[in-house]
Design a protein around this ligand. Structure first.
Ligand SMILES: [Zn+2]
Ligand SMILES: [Zn+2]
Ligand SMILES: [Zn+2]
Ligand SMILES: [Zn+2]
Length: 159
């Protein structure tokens, strides 16, 4: 058995510094420490970066916007539901299962949905490719989903 190593003073200092670092407020999504605000929905530190969003750009580069728009936590709070979003039946009923799971488990969440329900993947009506509704671009046409590729072909074939 090796003798127990004594922790050196410098190691102790390092540990201290680490602790202090952890005490600094950080964005719960990207870890930045500058220009933070607290989310209205769950009182968590997040980048105050709503301004960096370019209108209609559909870019997902704003932490606060992403959390508010693309999570059940944000939705639940915006809709004024009661209780915890994780067991809110109104939220569950508001989306199809795939989107519900995506909203509850994507990277914009601080906490993710425990035991997300299973669902059948959505497939393109034409080519059968799996469409991830939260991530991929697609078109919804008469109740069927089209992947962007097939939609493009479809459009160019149209008279
Ligand atoms: Zn951030
Ligand atoms: Zn939240
Ligand atoms: Zn809700
Ligand atoms: Zn397709």
């Amino acid at each position: 058995m090796p003798a127990k190593k004594k922790r050196s003073a410098s190691a102790k200092k390092k540990a201290q510094r680490r602790r202090q670092k952890r005490g600094v407020p950080r964005c719960g999504l990207c870890g930045k420490t500058k220009n933070l605000t607290k989310t209205e929905c769950c009182d968590t530190w997040i980048c105050d970066d709503e301004d960096s969003y370019v209108l209609f750009s559909y870019e997902r580069n704003s932490c606060s916007r992403n959390h508010r728009r693309f999570t059940l936590c944000g939705y639940h709070s915006m809709e004024g539901h009661d209780g915890d979003w994780k067991d809110c039946t109104k939220c569950r009923d508001a989306f199809n299962t795939e989107m519900y799971v995506w909203y509850g488990t994507n990277e914009y969440n601080f906490e993710t949905l425990p035991n997300p329900p299973e669902y059948e993947p959505t497939r393109c009506t034409d080519c059968g490719r799996v469409i991830r509704l939260g991530e991929d671009s697609y078109s919804l046409c008469g109740g069927s989903y089209w992947c962007d590729r097939c939609m493009a072909t479809h459009m160019s074939e149209a008279p």
